[in-house]
Design a protein around this ligand. Structure first.
Ligand code: FES
Length: 123
């Protein structure tokens, strides 16, 4: 079953305006995550403008149908963040419930979890 990574493409971290301002920090992170999971079938990436966690950018969500979903924030838009996000999503994808044991978490996602959400009940 596919795990989706949703990357906020409008996040701007503190100091963003002191850079070249060509891309938002969220767009930079989205590009890196998209490159990381390019072509994979179990993990896919989409963008959304504002996940409503603006004070803790860069923000992402990890979701899969029928699984526990997570939001994570405060990522720096760099390759190490993208690798960790993609590796965590791969583990989420192979987990039956979406729960990934802490001992398996990539180091660079630790401390970035903001919320988790139970899957909706079957009707
Ligand atoms: S701009 Fe990224 S969460 Fe609002």
């Amino acid at each position: 079953m596919t795990t989706w990574i949703t990357v906020c493409d409008t996040c701007k971290r503190d100091g963003w305006e002191t850079g070249d301002m060509e891309l938002t920090d969220g767009e930079r992170l989205a590009e890196l995550v998209e490159a990381e999971v390019n072509g994979e079938s179990r993990v896919r990436v989409r963008r959304m403008s504002c996940l409503m966690g603006c004070g803790k950018g860069c923000n992402i969500a990890v979701q899969g149908s029928g699984k526990v979903a997570y939001t994570l924030g405060d990522f720096v838009p760099e390759r190490a963040s993208a690798e960790a996000i993609a590796n965590y999503a791969r583990l989420h994808a192979v987990s039956e419930t979406g729960v990934v044991p802490y001992r398996q978490w990539p180091e660079a996602v630790k401390g970035h979890f903001v919320t988790r959400h139970l899957p909706l009940p079957e009707e």
